[in-house]
Design a protein around this ligand. Structure first.
Ligand code: GLA
Length: 671
């Protein structure tokens, strides 16, 4: 036991640090008590790096695909596709593996349809491949699925013994039907029961962060969920990221924050988003449990999950969870200290448009030096920098770097940053002007520099100033003007452009860098008053299903909403969204005001909490505090005079996106 007085002192010091971090990060985080300076980990040497493996839940839930054939198929693929070699070890069964009733002796019975030869046979199969087997139950009377399979409350020692006899190596212990018994007690009892078996079993606490396990579970389990369940969409991933980031001080070898399993490959996000998901989980030293059915996975899914350089960030033996260096306007810099003294640095763009994200080696925690090596972990290329770490990061993308104060830095080609000044909004047949920049970030010169901008077929793209330079020295920039014209009649919407630069390093190697950009073809807003729900939007991000026009958000398919209803009042017009929501409209400097009656839709139970914001060219023009399901509609009025673009943003009220159905009732625009 730690002396209570010592603990108080640690609390105060680390609390001040955490507060500084949160201010810099600029987001609301759960109030977390500070961790002990050196939390005791289970002294069993297990999970010294975050567990890696597979769990069926995110792909099958309790569906028929979940069976012994699947588990064996995954184990086979781990070996065949190099995932075992990349570090993936655990093949884990989630809920629904058992029959709903125990046998006459009180033992758990594997479902004979899913596991005809029992769990031991599956464990033997997995072990024969040099892999490990995980299982699931709940610290309650029943598990979480609606069917309700037997939980382990009151059966801890028998069930743990049973698992050990089957050869289980990992237990995920859920929180449903817990009968109100204190979580610490329930989770400690199972810890003791697992220890009593004498078998090394990784112990995964899954109480969704409800009892702040990061404050007490370092000597109970090897990992603990910090949030509610992830789902396969951008908003869910983002919301969980923001809840898990501030908990960085609590993670370490043998005791990890668990922001839930991976959704990579399940289809609800783009590959760019999945690369961000995987990069961010790795920088957070999160468990990497593959959540897709690998038997159906695409080449790009394997490329993401099998990226050993990214996995090495996650699995670094120092065991630090990366922390936020800066965060503003959706531009995140997250840095993770590595055992070799280098830093993994994620430049993550939360926003829906490409943005420049920049920091430097010192801010990322490295000592001062004349130059550094920079490894791009997705491009698999190494450059040098004089200190600046910067990139134009595509919407929802992440540039993941590993930066080191390397005495041989100058042997690598200089890093070159590509940028674009001026927005990519244009009206068909009207030329738009842009300026591209190519900047040498390296401590060595870039020679024979050239830049090209290409657009979709039929678009005219012309340089209006030189697009090449003989040499750029450190910090030097080639600026090039461009005229871009979309053909007459181009329908409003998003179109892809590519900015590319080529150069030669001092040793003569040819380098190319490129960034994908998105241009929006827009139409001017109508003059007078319009309902926003009747206008086309530039972009729309929504937590569940699509944004609905004139109905609430039904969560899945388009058109599945109900009448917009806040506090018993029904509205005929408006927009129905689900946190995290972000809808952008082009206003072209021609509009003055946005008004709306906002609130949580009555259709969900009392859990929904959201906050509304109206942004005019990324500046907050109006907003609410956190609104709950119990509150009546609140009137919002925003002065948006002169704005080119406005955004209607809904955040999650700080508690995750669950049940966050947000209505922009009567949302109107005056132009
Ligand atoms: C809870 C957990 C999930 C999953 C299901 C199974 O919701 O948080 O990860 O295990 O139960 O029913």
């Amino acid at each position: 036991m730690r002396h209570p007085h010592t603990r108080t002192i640690h609390r105060r010091v680390a609390g001040a640090l955490a507060a500084g971090l949160l201010c810099a990060a600029g987001f609301a985080a759960p109030a977390a008590a500070a961790p002990p300076a050196d939390p005791p980990a289970p002294a069993d040497g297990l999970a010294l790096t975050p567990p890696m493996g597979f769990n069926n839940w995110n792909s099958t839930q309790c569906g028929a695909d979940f069976d012994a054939t699947m588990v064996q198929g995954i184990a086979d693929l781990f070996v065949e596709k190099g995932l075992k070699d990349a570090g993936y070890r655990y093949v884990n069964l989630d809920d629904c593996w058992a029959l709903p009733e125990r046998d006459a002796n009180g033992r758990l019975v594997p479902d004979p349809v899913r596991f005809p030869d029992g769990i031991k046979a599956v464990a033997d199969y997995v072990h024969a491949k040099g892999l490990k087997l995980g299982i699931y139950t709940s610290a309650g009377t029943k598990t979480c699925s609606n069917t309700g399979f037997p939980g382990a409350l009151g059966h801890e020692y028998d069930d743990a013994r049973q698992f050990a006899d089957w050869g289980v190596d990992y237990l995920k212990y859920d929180n449903c039907n817990n009968q109100g018994v204190d979580a610490r007690q329930r989770y400690r009892t199972m810890r003791d029961a697992l220890r009593a078996t004498g078998r090394p079993i990784v112990y995964s606490i899954c109480e969704w962060g409800e009892n702040k396990p990061w404050e007490w579970a370092a000597d109970v389990g090897h990992l603990w969920r910090t949030t509610g369940d992830i789902s396969d969409n951008w908003s869910s991933m983002l919301s969980i990221l923001k809840q898990n980031l501030p908990l960085a001080p609590y993670a370490g070898p043998g005791h990890w924050n668990d922001p839930d399993m991976l959704e990579v490959g399940n289809g609800g996000m783009t590959d760019t988003e999945y690369r961000s998901h995987f990069s961010l989980w790795s920088v957070m030293a999160a468990p990497l449990l593959i959540g897709t059915d690998l038997r159906k996975a695409s080449r790009s899914t394997y490329d993401i999950l099998g990226n050993k350089e990214v996995v090495a960030v996650d699995q670094d033996p120092l065991g630090r969870q990366g922390s936020v260096v800066s965060s503003a306007g959706g531009r995140w810099v997250i840095a993770k200290e590595m055992a070799d003294g280098s830093r993994a640095v994620a430049l993550f763009n939360e926003s829906g448009t490409a943005q420049r994200i920049a920091t430097d080696a010192r801010a990322a925690g490295l000592p001062g030096a004349r130059g550094y090596s920079v490894r791009d972990l997705w491009q698999h290329r190494t450059y040098n920098t004089a200190g600046t770490l910067a990139a134009t990061v595509p919407a929802h993308g992440t540039v993941l770097l590993r930066v080191a104060a390397d005495p041989r830095w100058a042997a690598h080609p200089p890093a070159v940053e590509l940028g674009l000044d001026g927005g990519l909004l244009l009206t068909a047949a009207t030329p738009a002007t842009l300026t591209s920049t190519v900047t040498d970030l390296g401590g060595t010169p870039a020679r024979q520099v050239s830049v090209a901008l290409t657009g979709p077929a039929g678009w005219r793209v012309r340089a209006t100033s030189p697009a090449s330079a003989a040499v750029l020295t450190t910090g030097g920039t080639l600026r090039t003007g461009w005229r871009v014209t979309a053909p007459a009649g181009t329908p409003p919407g998003s179109y892809g452009l590519t900015l590319r630069a080529g150069y030669r390093s001092p040793s003569g190697t040819a380098e190319t860098v490129q960034v994908p950009l998105t241009a929006s073809v827009v139409v001017p807003p109508p003059s007078g008053t319009s309902y926003l729900g009747d206008l086309p939007w530039l972009s729309a991000v929504n937590g569940w299903g699509p944004v609905e026009r004139d109905t609430s958000n039904g969560e899945s398919a388009a058109g599945d909403g109900r009448p917009l209803t806040i506090g018993g009042t029904v509205y005929a017009k408006g927009l129905g969204v689900h946190a995290l929501g972000d809808i952008a409209f082009y206003t072209g400097g021609a509009c003055e005001q946005v008004t709306a009656s906002v609130g949580v839709d009555d259709e969900k139970d009392a859990k929904g909490t959201v906050a509304f914001e109206i942004l005019a060219d990324d500046t907050k023009a109006a907003g609410t505090g956190v609104l709950t399901n119990a509150m009546p509609a609140q009137q919002l009025t925003a002065d948006i005079s002169g704005a080119q673009v406005i955004r209607l943003v809904v955040t999650d009220g700080g508690d995750g996106v669950d049940s966050d159905h947000a209505d922009w009732a009567n949302a109107r625009l005056n132009c």
